[in-house]
Design a protein around this ligand. Structure first.
Ligand code: NAD
Length: 557
């Protein structure tokens, strides 16, 4: 690392156009070397880039046609078939763990430990969770019935949607794609799998390896960038699940709207983190910095900025310097434990954002490695670029507020975040934030970890997304809940129901009103109690009777 490449951030250097580039080029802006690494056509199941528009359309037509025929054949409705595919996917993760880690290292210079926790182990656990519960999830639900349906079969049948499209993002290129894919398979759909072209090595891995484990007609992989995805979106899907930026989310939603295709959009935004003075600061600083720096800040649920008092800001900065030294040593760039920025477009964008406020910690960078030192900015203003767009990098601005009330006001004046973090020892204050703000998720005294709780839904609200997944919520996302009523044609049932037929009369009308009247259902809880009390009373009466009989017999002797 020479002095010529690593330098303190020069706030006078001209990056004035960089922040603006974000809206037009972060997604589309692929580095030349990334493009050349884009996946080719390794198997018949993956559709390639670099073809003419009509070739691409013909390929997509063919891929979709095969998937539709496969769905129509009914094989994905078979639960054993789904289970087998999921077991194969699990085996794929186990057998190719080293290749997955290498691909992530090549794309993001991701440390092995992070790749294990947030990609391979996460994906394995997700599939195991599905396999443990699938037989329960697929069962039709039997809701409690009202008196009018007491003799009927009332059920919610779990129907797959059909052929669904899952589009992944580059920052967690496997997990964000393959976890929803596993949910869609579990729910009985055929799935068109579209990795992000920006994490080119991971896209190559997905295109080459996944088809070796999954049924190729039911689960094809298609590759490509924005133009290929635009072509793909002209096809009619039965469901679209998209992860990525809010800007592209709007494009996906508009395309889906052409066919009234339901969508889940897992988007981004700015997730705030409030710290109050009651916290144990060292632990809070570690948890916040870890959440900010894992994957070099390129995490949709990274704490985007901090809200705290001026006093807490000074303490946070001092503690953060110490923690960073403990984690990465004196020369952070030489530490193997910090990922790199995905590409030069994002690197330049981040340098532009570093011009906001004043650098209190860090600020160095090296374009040759797309390295940015963990950086804390203070004295930022609400309308600085860093406070207006999602950061998605290792930069943490602190905006000072007078009180928790001011922090809530600040948050509520902006788009609804993907998650809100609150660090406080006061349960009352945590509750204040939870009940007076809206966000996709909420997490107190911790960062990131809420997304690993597989019994919780994960998703955004408003501009941070719509719909959710993970565990059962993923299965439900890819399932159409078909409401089914089954009756018989018995004479008794027909007699009861015949009051609905003309000629109408007051007698028939009042009989129908009686049958249809909404009654508070007897909760199961009460039912078991009533049965237990009834049983107790019955046994007591029987015992008394028995004693009386015996007493009578004794007296008569
Ligand atoms: P990206 O560039 O990888 O794009 C995501 C997908 O959209 C890719 O498959 C890409 O090919 C496709 N795409 C890009 N431009 C398109 C266009 N014009 N038309 C059609 N398709 C297009 O990822 P990104 O958008 O840079 O991802 C970063 C964003 O994603 C951040 O805002 C982040 O917060 C968000 N994100 C959200 C979640 C979540 O779970 N909510 C997870 C990860 C990332």
């Amino acid at each position: 690392m020479g002095d010529n490449v690593t330098k303190p951030f020069d706030s006078d250097s001209d990056h004035s156009n960089v922040a603006k580039d974000r809206t037009t080029s972060t997604v589309i802006d692929i580095e030349p070397e990334t493009e050349s690494e884009s996946p080719s056509v390794p198997t018949p199941a993956s559709t390639s880039l670099f073809q003419s528009e009509s070739d691409i359309m013909a390929n997509f037509d063919d891929t979709l046609q095969r998937a539709r025929l496969a769905f129509a054949s009914g094989k994905t409705r078979n639960v054993s078939f789904r289970r087998k595919q999921l077991e194969n996917l699990l085996r794929c993760y186990e057998e190719n763990e080293c290749d997955i880690i290498s691909a992530l290292e090549a794309d993001l210079r991701r440390p092995k430990q992070e790749s294990l926790i947030v990609e391979t182990e996460f994906m394995k656990n997700d599939i195991k969770h599905i396999l443990y519960h699938l037989s329960d999830w697929v069962k039709a639900e039997k809701p409690s019935k009202s008196i009018i349906n007491v003799m009927d079969d009332v059920q919610i049948y779990n129907d797959p949607f059909g052929v669904v499209l899952v589009i992944g993002a580059w920052n967690y290129p496997l997990q964000l794609l393959l976890v929803p894919v596993a949910s869609a398979i579990a729910a009985g759909n055929c799935v068109v799998i579209k990795p992000s072209e920006i994490a080119a090595n991971c896209a190559k891995f997905i295109a080459e390896v996944i088809p070796k484990y999954l049924d190729n007609d039911c689960y094809p992989v298609v590759c490509g960038g924005p133009s290929e995805t635009a072509e793909l979106l002209k096809q009619r899907f039965d469901y679209i699940f998209y992860t990525g930026s809010t800007r592209v989310g709007k494009i996906i939603h508009a395309a889906a709207n052409q066919h009234l295709t339901p969508t889940t959009l897992e988007l981004g935004g700015k997730s705030p983190c409030y710290i109050d003075k009651s916290v144990e600061l060292r632990t809070a600083v570690k948890r916040i910095l870890w959440g900010k720096l894992i994957n070099c800040g390129q995490t949709c649920i990274a704490p985007d900025y901090i809200l705290c008092s001026k006093e807490m800001q000074d303490k946070f900065v001092a503690e953060a310097k110490d923690v960073l030294k403990e984690w990465y040593g004196d020369n952070i760039q030489s530490s193997p434990d910090l990922s790199r920025v995905i590409n030069s477009g994002n690197f330049q964008r981040l340098l532009g954002l570093m011009k906001s406020g004043r650098i209190a910690v860090g600020g160095k960078y090296d374009a040759s490695e797309r390295y940015i030192e963990p950086t804390i900015l203070v004295d930022v203003k609400p309308h600085d670029p860093i406070m207006e767009e999602e950061i998605f990098g290792p930069i943490l601005p602190i905006y000072t507020v007078e009180s928790a009330y001011d922090a809530i006001k600040f948050i509520n004046a902006r788009e609804k975040p993907l998650v809100i973090y609150v660090f406080s020892n006061s349960n009352k204050l945590v509750k204040e934030f939870k009940s007076n703000t809206t966000s996709g998720g909420f997490c107190s005294n911790e960062t990131i970890m809420h997304c690993g709780v597989d019994v919780l839904p994960f998703g955004g609200v408003g501009m941070s997304g719509m719909g959710s997944y993970h565990g059962k919520y993923g299965f439900d996302t890819f399932t159409h809940k078909k409401s089914c009523l089954g009756k018989d044609l018995s004479a008794f049932g027909e007699k009861l129901a015949s009051a609905r037929y003309p000629p109408y009369s007051d007698r028939k009308g009042s009989f129908l009103s009686f049958l249809l009247r909404k009654r508070r259902p007897l909760p199961n809880f009460y039912l078991t109690h009533v049965l237990a009390i009834g049983l107790g009373v019955g046994l007591t009466v029987l015992a008394n009777y028995y004693l009386q009989v015996r007493k009578g017999k004794l007296l008569s002797r």
